[in-house]
Write a protein that binds this ligand. Structure first.
Ligand code: HEM
Ligand SMILES: *[C@@H]1O[C@H](CO)[C@@H](O)[C@H](O)[C@H]1NC(C)=O
Ligand SMILES: *[C@@H]1O[C@H](CO)[C@@H](O)[C@H](O)[C@H]1NC(C)=O
Length: 217
C-alpha cells in the first residue's frame, strides 16, 4: 500500500475517533484506468467533491498536450483548473454540463475578476464527455495548457517529471450564463483550493494512441 493510501486510512481512523477532520479534504492522489485502458493520475478535491484526472505523453520536458477528465456532481455549475496553481496568470480549463454533454473552455485572469477567454489554449471534446441525472463528465484534450506567459513576460512550462505539480481549482453551483457557448461569462466561485498531481505518474507512451482512440468521429 502506498504512503498516501496509508495516510488516508490513518486520517479516516482519526475521523472515526471523533477528532475533527480538516475542512479542506486531504487529497489522495491515485492512478485511475478506465474500462478502455486509458490511465490518468487522479485527485478528488473540494466540497462537491470534484475528481480531476490528468494524462500526459512520456516526454522529458514541456510543453505537451494534456488529457483532462473532470467528473463533478450535477450540483456543480462550473469547475475550473488553474494549471499554474493560482487564479492569476496561468491557463484555466473551465468545464460545465451542456445538456447531455459537457464543454471545456480556456480562460486566463490577470486580476481577481472574470477571467478572459484565452485563445492560446484549445479544448477538444473527447469520448466520455456526458451528463446524466447525477454527474457530468468532461473528457478533453488541452493543447496550450502546459505553457504560458506569466505577468512580466516570463515563460512558464510544466515539468512533466514533477511528482507534486501544484494546481488550483475553483467551482460554483451556478452554471455559466449560456451553457451552450464555450465563451460564456461565468459568475464567481463558491469554493476554491489547491492540490498537487503526480505528473510523472501521469505519463504514458500510449498517450497519442489514447487521444486517437478518444476522438469523436
Ligand atoms: C467571474 C469569475 C471570477 C471572479 C469574479 C473571481 C474572483 C476572485 C476573488 C475576488 C478572489 C479572492 C482574491 C483574494 O481575496 O485574494 C479569487 C480567488 C481565487 N480564485 Fe477566482 N474568480 C473568478 C473565477 C475563477 C476561476 C475560473 C478560477 C479557476 C481556477 C478561480 C480560482 C481562484 C483561486 C484558486 C483563488 C485563490 C487565490 C488565487 O489563487 O489567486 N477563480 N477569485
Ligand atoms: C443526447 O445525446 C444524443 C446523442 O448522443 C442526442 O441525440 C440527444 O438529442 C441528446 N439529448 C439532449 C436532451 O440533449
Ligand atoms: C452518471 O455518471 C457518473 C460519472 O460518469 C457515473 O459514475 C454514474 O454511474 C452515472 N450514473 C448512471 C445512472 O449512469
Amino acid at each position: 500500500m502506498g504512503l498516501i493510501a496509508r495516510l488516508a486510512i490513518a486520517a479516516a481512523a482519526l475521523a472515526g475517533n471523533g477528532i475533527a477532520a480538516p475542512v479542506t479534504a486531504a487529497t489522495a492522489a491515485a492512478q485511475y484506468c478506465d474500462e478502455t485502458g486509458v490511465c490518468y493520475s487522479e485527485v478528488t478535491v473540494g466540497v462537491a467533491p470534484i475528481t480531476w484526472r490528468i494524462a500526459i505523453p512520456a516526454v522529458e520536458q514541456g510543453p505537451f498536450d494534456v488529457l483532462l477528465q473532470v467528473i463533478a456532481p450535477k450540483s456543480v455549475g462550473w469547475a475550473g483548473l488553474a494549471w499554474g496553481g493560482g487564479m492569476l496568470y496561468n491557463p484555466i480549463s473551465l468545464a460545465w454540463a451542456n445538456g447531455n454533454s459537457t464543454i471545456g473552455s480556456a480562460r486566463f485572469a490577470a486580476a481577481h475578476v472574470q477571467p478572459d477567454f484565452y485563445d492560446p489554449a484549445a479544448h477538444t471534446i473527447l469520448k466520455g464527455s456526458s451528463a446524466n441525472d447525477t454527474h457530468w463528465t468532461l473528457t478533453t484534450l488541452c493543447q496550450g495548457c502546459s505553457t504560458w506567459v506569466h505577468n512580466g513576460g516570463a515563460k512558464e512550462v510544466l515539468d512533466p517529471g514533477a511528482t507534486a505539480a501544484s494546481f488550483a481549482f475553483a467551482a460554483s453551483a451556478v452554471p455559466p450564463i449560456d451553457p451552450t457557448d464555450p465563451t460564456s461569462p461565468i459568475g464567481i466561485h463558491s469554493e476554491h483550493g489547491i492540490f498537487t498531481v503526480d505528473l510523472a505518474a501521469a505519463k504514458s507512451e500510449q498517450f497519442s494512441t489514447w487521444v486517437e482512440q478518444l476522438k469523436v468521429a
